[in-house]
Design a protein around this ligand. Sequence first.
Ligand code: KG4
Ligand code: ZN
Length: 348
Amino acid sequence: MKILGYESSCDETGVAIVCTEKGLLGHALHSQIAMHQHYGGVVPELASRDHIRRALPLTREVLEQTGLSLSDIDAVAYTAGPGLAGALLVGASVARSLAWALDLPAIPVHHLEGHLLSPLLAEPRPDFPFVALLVSGGHTQLMRVDGVGQYELLGETLDDAAGEAFDKSAKLMGLGYPGGPALSNMAQKGNADAVVLPRPMLHSKDLDFSFSGLKTAVLLKMKELKVKYNDEVPEEQLANLAAGTEAAIVDVLAAKAIRALKETGLKRLVVAGGVGANLPLRNRLLTQAAKLKAEVFFPPVALCTDNGAMIAFAAAMRANAGLLPENLKNPSFTVRPRWELSEAGALY
Ligand code: KG4
Ligand code: ZN
């Protein structure tokens, strides 16, 4: 079965085709970063309008790439949430209209399930069960994953997400958007020990996170630097602050992920979501997990941030697991801007 998948929950339009037997056949992506950069963050209405412009050209691109035509497609999947309501509605409308016109089933997919299963797009594929560290712009969660659709929340952020901590800190430092890669690049030029920032909840005996205190610490440090240098903070100082911020985020994420492995006794850790592209985080997890004789799995770097491949793939995994109901041709649909992963199968 060949599934055409759409992702449009935030600032990336992604389209892909995944075969339930052969895996990913092709994918195309348009990032809106350049458009939103000017505003320092995602402007939802602009995001929606751009998804409209990109959805069909990207569909043609994927069909060309794979040498397939619409008549070869067996189902259409789309991100139904969580995300920006208008942006989600664009992908959902395109996917649902195509499915209706071609008389195909339409499969609503939970965005985080897409991220969570995306490491299975790479080789070697982790077997179930595993611990998943889901770190994106909107979510920071540790899950126990026993199979497709079997997700148990172990811990999550009480306030900001890890990606948000990167993005907001970068903004405070004037490093632009998206903040994760910008801050991480700047951090490479700095010394992480020069500015020691708080590691919120590092020693709490649970698997929860908190990042808003770190953001406040960065704000106060920036104010201090601006006063000291008369608003012209030298790059060396910014680089040290960026390195200190990244080190604090990586320390907390790694410590909690390792704690989750110890508490569950599982030997496989899967890392997914945009922050999973962060190299210091990847290296730290690999070193620390090795001490527990545990393996760490990542999605291909290009599929860490939002993309259509993970959405078509999650639908394919549900199809292979026999988790798709019969009534997927019902023409009415909705999207869920807020949606718990534990209810990922609830939109059929
Ligand atoms: O998963 P994603 O593409 O979108 C959401 O579903 O939120 O994640 C985007 C987040 C942003 O906060 C971005 O700054 C962060 O992932 N990110 C990174 C890196 N690349 C993307 N954070 C740290 N280091 C990176 N290399
Ligand atoms: Zn995402």
